[in-house]
Design a protein around this ligand. Structure first.
Ligand SMILES: [Zn+2]
Length: 176
């Protein structure tokens, strides 16, 4: 099956928005994946204003709407906040020291030190390079005159993060 969007304009981004059964926008997916979901009946079109993409084979033409929705509810499966460990904190902090931005000799730092009853929780653990960590010592950033680049918090559910971004994009005047 060849892929031929209307007007021969090739999409520069993943063109189909997939919604959950409860109309929560979940992800952008490509035409091929959207087609599979529609053809197997796992998703259906959402009636909103949007483009239609066309897929043609010698014997078949499929119209793929820009917005589709999953029929089953199992996509809203329970998501747990990841554990506070080196791998997950590195991922959240983009593999950068949260004080100076360095990408070398990275360690875990408790913002409020454990010796001052700092907790091992998402809002109190950040990535720090070894020099920053030893400069800070068993002090708070304030006491050490150091500043965090951003306030640490637990990572967001990926679908919630996507939904927030999606609705933000819809509000941009250029897209109306
Ligand atoms: Zn540093």
């Amino acid at each position: 099956m060849t892929l031929r969007p209307y007007k021969h304009v090739l999409p520069i981004y993943q063109p189909i928005v997939l919604f959950s059964k409860n109309y929560l926008p979940m992800a952008r997916i490509n035409l091929k994946r959207a087609t599979v979901l529609l053809v197997t009946g796992r998703a259906e079109p959402v009636d909103l204003i949007g483009k239609t993409w066309q897929m043609r084979s010698p014997s078949l033409t499929l119209e793929i709407p820009e917005y589709i929705r999953l029929r089953a509810g199992n996509s809203d499966r329970i998501w747990k906040t990841p554990p506070v460990n080196r791998r997950e904190v590195l991922r959240r902090d983009g593999h950068r020291c949260q004080y100076c931005g360095s990408k070398q000799q990275l360690t875990l730092d408790h913002v409020v030190p454990r010796s001052q009853d700092g907790t091992h929780t998402w809002d109190n653990v950040v990535i720090a390079c070894a020099p920053c960590n030893s400069r800070k010592g068993a002090r708070t950033p304030d006491a050490a005159s150091m500043q965090l680049m951003k306030r640490p918090k637990a990572p967001m559910h990926p679908v919630v993060a996507f939904a927030e971004q999606f609705w933000k994009e819809q509000k941009k005047p250029s897209l109306i």
